[in-house]
Design a protein around this ligand. Structure first.
Ligand code: BES
Ligand code: ZN
Length: 475
């Protein structure tokens, strides 16, 4: 079948598609903020209604309760969908997330983050690229088929969650429960929740890093103290904490925890060669970070640092004084947060053990009478797929149909916890098929999705289904 009429229809509906994206960007479905939980739920219900409008069977699964800041609140629902049950067609499982990162205009946005704003071919708004644009892309691709009377060439199962940005809590259990239920008969999985390596060329992604998120808590006095009255006479928790946090990583990005590299898979010459063949430049990197503060000046070392070696980032200190102005306080309790992005073949158990042992040993050297508590708050493992699988062949052919190009094969430094769960629980191949570009600024201020990436992305998701239908299934 020629995809020409489908592509033409999608081009003609650009304006409508942008309005539809605006409608969901306006729902501030921030999973990290309790006060927004109702909006997250509302967003999930919007997707369920929309799926039903498309004629899909749906199911709402509520994964239970979350304890947060001493309160119990329900997790947002997992929305399952199913369209088509033709035994002669392949079945693809599509995953996306409908929650977004927090955003405040005061953080430095040029426009209101929850009002989709078009400017210079770009659609600015929280969630535009991560992940509302791609999620809506699946719906619009299905709708376009229906409006044109073109039969969908595959059966589509869907799984949309509202806790991805907060570690996908509760989702693994749902997948395990539904492995032989809702997800029965799935042949392959596709996720559109990452970005092109550069700004111009599409890619298929076959690897993600894991993440282990830690908290170091130091407590001392019974309450916050006046620094004029007690300064000099007490062990200050913040001083201990800053000292400990400074022992984790160097300004050159070298992790200082002994043994952290022990489990990292060695680099082969064959793998090394792949980093020089990709459509990516230091210019692309600088455009994505909006500065020139890159550690490496060459592409291979930059990509290896992002994809195949662990990194450690310091995120924040809870309990520290942070308002403008001066407050002469000695905080009584502070929690330092940091995370380590992990790579094959690092294990969660070993990382947790060496990190806690090291921090405790360093704290011991301080001779402080304060108390220390270290915990791993959340851990997800790294993921690698087989890029030679027929699922990737279909993805590559779809890219060719839409863009006339061979996609780059990439890995990513970020994490999407569910990729590994799908692979291990369903025993099926998972493909990451990105829609957005490298400079979209997911999680940052002024997040955007280019109009062209959005529209071509809808075509790409449609073309992928058609290529899946014709590609030879070998396992
Ligand atoms: N869409 C991102 C994942 C991503 C970002 C993949 C960039 C590839 C390139 C996703 O929404 C995300 O941010 N995930 C979190 C997961 C974490 C909370 C477990 C992440 O990586 O920080
Ligand atoms: Zn995302």
């Amino acid at each position: 079948m020629s995809l020409e009429s489908l592509f033409k229809y999608i081009d003609q509906h650009k304006k409508d598609y942008i309005e539809r994206l605006a409608e969901i960007v306006a729902i501030p479905s921030v999973s990290a903020e309790i006060t927004k939980r109702q909006d997250v739920v509302r967003m999930g219900e919007w997707l369920k209604d929309e799926l039903e409008r498309l004629g899909a069977k749906t199911k709402r699964v509520d994964p239970g309760m979350q304890s947060i800041e001493g309160q119990e609140i329900p997790y947002p629902p997992v929305i399952l969908g199913s369209l088509g049950e033709d035994p002669n067609k392949k079945t693809v499982l599509v995953y996306g997330h409908y929650d977004v990162q927090p955003a405040l205009k005061e953080d430095g946005w040029n426009t209101d983050p929850f009002t989709l704003t078009e400017s210079n071919g770009r659609l600015y708004g929280r969630g535009s690229t991560d992940d509302k644009g791609p999620v809506l892309g699946w719906f619009l691709m299905i709708e376009a088929h229906q409006k044109l009377g073109i039969e969908l060439p595959v059966n589509i199962k869907m799984c949309f969650e509202g806790m991805e940005e907060s570690g996908s809590e509760g989702l693994d259990e749902v997948i395990e429960q539904e492995a032989n239920g809702w997800f029965k008969g799935v042949d392959c999985v596709c996720i559109s929740d990452n970005y092109w390596l550069g700004r111009n060329k599409p890619c298929l992604t076959y690897g993600l890093r894991g993440v282990s998120y830690f908290r170091i808590v130091v407590t001392g006095p019974g309450a916050d103290l006046h620094s004029g009255v007690f300064g000099g006479a007490v062990h200050e928790p913040m001083t201990d904490l800053i000292h400990l946090m400074s022992k984790l990583v160097t300004p050159q990005g070298k992790i200082l925890i002994p043994g952290i590299m022990d489990e990292v898979a060695p680099l082969t010459d064959e793998e090394k060669a792949t980093y020089s063949t990709l459509d990516f430049s230091i210019d692309d990197l600088q455009s994505s970070i909006g500065a020139q503060n890159n550690i490496y000046d060459d592409v291979p070392n930059t990509l290896m640092a992002r994809w195949r070696y662990p990194s450690l980032s310091l995120h924040g200190i809870e309990g520290a004084f942070y308002n403008p102005g001066q407050k002469t306080v000695i905080p009584a309790k502070v929690s330092g947060k940091f995370s380590i992005r992990t790579v094959p073949d690092m294990t969660v158990e070993k990382v947790t053990e060496i990190v806690s042992d090291y921090i405790k040993a360093e704290f011991g050297k301080l001779d402080s009478k304060n108390q220390l508590f270290v915990e791993c708050m959340h851990a997800g493992r790294p993921w690698m797929s087989s890029p030679n699988h027929w699922n990737y062949v279909a993805g590559a052919q779809a890219v060719k149909k839409v863009f006339g190009l061979e996609p780059d094969l990439t890995r990513e430094g970020c994490s999407i916890p569910v990729t590994l769960t799908f692979q291990e629980v369903l025993q099926k191949n998972v493909l990451l098929l990105p829609v957005g570009a490298c400079d979209d600024g997911a999680h940052s201020i002024n997040e955007k999705l280019n109009v062209s990436n959005y529209i071509e992305g809808i075509k790409l998701l449609g073309a992928y289904c058609h290529e899946l239908a014709t590609v030879k299934k070998t396992d």
